[in-house]
Design a protein. Structure first.
Lengths: 164, 166
């Protein structure tokens, strides 16, 4: 029995939905890279995030079980915007995603194809290996002239699924 | 100054004058004199000076979508291959120094043209201190935080009264 062809979509959609909800709840403009368009309104926002999802990487285990790995990074972009703006804005946003990505993400069968009933599929948890920390990386000002700073919140996840 | 230099300076001045007539616009040139951020609160206090220049040669803008990838980004996160883009524009301004003898440009200066802020990417001086060529970088959506010089005027009605002079 091989991997379920819907896993990639279900996992992607569930992660995107989860992190989009974090952004919406905190009024942070967000797009999911490769899914959402970068509108003018989005690129003109002083603080914004882009959610990138890679995976699944799968390893077949005995029986019909699969070990699934996912990588997620959230890229935060923030303009300096003079004295009216708090310089900790990007840190505040990074902290919100750090908190969210340090938790399990529930995976549902989202979609509108046959078999996409929104039911629970499994639970994606942060990997616990030595090099699998949830990391907040600050790149600071990315250009000598453009007053834009960027950070990324990076996390790696795993879950076990059974192919039927 | 040698006669040949005088002639060249006159030619530059005449060219600048003609370009100002064709491409002229007014800009405010800001110089940040101090910027202090409270590390506990993140609140920043910025002080700046502004010089208004009435006639500046403003050339057309070029808009691009930028993505910067420094070696630190690439090495720290190999999955981060795209994303993190932002829109920016580049525009050339030419200032006649005769218009603004008091103006001094530094890399911490920026200018505002039509309520859009342009950071100075580079600048160069014309020969004989006749002008500046400034390459400005605009971040789309950036707040210019302008200083508006207060002005007041009053139009007086002219009234005339003929006096009978005999």
């Amino acid at each position: 029995m091989s991997a379920n062809p819907n896993w990639a979509r279900w996992i992607f959609a569930s992660i995107a939905d989860n992190l989009n909800t974090v952004a919406d709840t905190n009024s942070i403009p967000a797009i999911v890279e490769g899914v959402d368009d970068e509108t003018d309104a989005f690129t003109e926002e002083t603080d914004r995030v882009e959610i990138r999802i890679s995976g699944p990487y799968s390893r077949k285990l005995p029986g019909n079980e699969y070990h699934i790995y996912m990588d997620i990074n959230v890229i935060l972009t923030s303009r300096f915007d003079g004295a009216q703006k708090n310089r900790h804005a990007i840190l505040t946003n990074a902290g919100l995603f750090h908190e969210a990505m340090d938790q399990a993400i529930l995976i549902y069968k989202f979609g509108d194809a046959a078999g996409d009933d929104g039911s629970y599929l499994g639970c994606l948890v942060p990997r616990s290996g030595k090099n699998d920390t949830v990391r907040v990386i600050h790149f600071g000002k990315v250009d000598p002239t453009d007053k834009v700073k960027q950070s990324v919140v990076d996390a790696r996840y795993e879950m076990f699924l059974t192919s039927s | 100054m040698y006669p040949a230099e005088l002639a060249l300076k006159r030619t530059i001045s005449r060219t600048l004058y003609n370009m100002k007539r064709q491409y002229g616009g007014s800009v405010d040139m800001y110089t940040v004199t101090s910027s202090i951020t409270n590390q506990r609160s993140g609140v920043t206090i910025i002080t700046k000076d502004v010089v208004h220049v009435d006639r500046v040669i403003v050339l057309p803008a070029q808009m691009t979508r930028e993505v910067k990838k420094s070696i630190s980004q690439i090495s720290s996160n190999k999955k981060f291959v795209v994303g993190g883009t932002y829109d920016a524009g580049r525009r050339i301004f030419i200032i006649d120094r005769d218009d603004t003898p008091a103006l001094d440009i530094t890399n911490n200066s920026y200018l505002v043209y039509r309520n859009r802020k342009y950071e100075i990417e580079s600048y160069q001086e014309y020969e004989f201190e006749s002008g500046w060529i400034i390459v400005g970088r605009e971040l789309i959506g950036e707040v210019p935080e302008q200083i508006y010089l207060l002005r007041a005027d009053n139009l007086l009605d002219l009234q005339g009264e003929a006096a009978d002079v005999s």
